[in-house]
Design a protein around this ligand. Sequence first.
Ligand SMILES: *Cc1c(COP(=O)(O)O)cnc(C)c1O
Length: 399
Amino acid sequence: MKTINHTQSVHAGREDLRRLGVHALPVDLSTTYPLSDVAGGTASLDALVSGQASADNPVYARLFNPTVARWEQSMAVAEGAEAAVAFSSGMAALTACILALQDRGRHVVAVRPIYGTSDHLLASGLLGNEISWTDADAVAAAIRPDTALVLIETPANPTLSLVDIEAVVAQAGEVPVMVDSTFATPILQTPLAQGAAMVMHSATKFLGGHGDVIAGVIACSEQWAARLRQIRVATGALLHPWAAYLLHRSMPTLKLRVERAQSVAIELAGRLSEHPHVSRVHFPGLPGQDPKSLLGRQMRGPGSVLAFEVDAGYETAAAVVNAVQLMTPAVSLGSVDSLIQHPAALTHRVMSEEDRSGCGIQQNLLRISVGLEEPEDLWQDIEQALSKAFSQALSYKAA
Ligand SMILES: *Cc1c(COP(=O)(O)O)cnc(C)c1O
């Protein structure tokens, strides 16, 4: 597997800092820019509205922001892409992608499970699209003449199932495949190398990494990027420069954070699978959970999100979340600290019960985004929460 040069992604977007005589990334908060003359302004405006990556003058901050562009360069290098386009959220990125492809058609093919709101956006047809849900092995059969996009998420949220990107790309033929690679980050997986046309991230998660930024990004060819920028200019789903600054500042520690959280997650997944109150653990690194041998071929490691089913129903699963003391009971993931949540009740609540259970999101399933704490401390917290929840369940039964 080709590894992307982490050093280069850390330095990308900073090339001119020495010449500028500064070390920290400059933040440009301008909403408008002084024009040296009107004709020059017109030329820059035309270039940016048509989707060019930059112009002599940014003209207006909805068209271009240099702080955002710096982080985009770093993300492009991290994904091995020609370009990256940043958005105000992961959902804004997905929306822009669907809008950008509408001249190809309105039909989208997607493999469940995916992030709950992505599922909702596609299933509701809010953007005027039609959707076919299919298995990863049946993508070819779902393609229609008006199919504009194939969307997959791997590892998938919240079941951590892996999808073979190369196999889906082969089935999609001419249709562009976008991979939501949020759970993997560019440290563990670079889908463009597997033939995907686009890779998206909810940068809110590992890329931001500290729970203080909402952002999205798509890395792709310059041709797709130009189309996405046109949509961004027209719809205004912009990333704020402060957010871009924080994201760029998080890039140098991405590898450290991802690898450390992963090693803690491997430890916890192993211990959870031995626990008497846990009936099943979902984690690609456990024996039998990577039937297509994608670890090592497509992914450099299993990541740091895991899910597990308690050997009981909704009440007890919810009680586990309510009983944690060290971890934070909260949605989202990829932060420096550990978060635990109940997918059926929270992140995937927008789906129907039937669709949820159809793709493995049961009422007794919990998801943990493992952070950077000591594994022993996290394990103590999980153990005490499980034992509290199950003793409550026993006392209800006795009463
Ligand atoms: C959070 C998330 C999204 C949505 O991103 P936002 O930044 O919340 O809009 C999309 N996909 C995955 C896998 C996510 O975890």
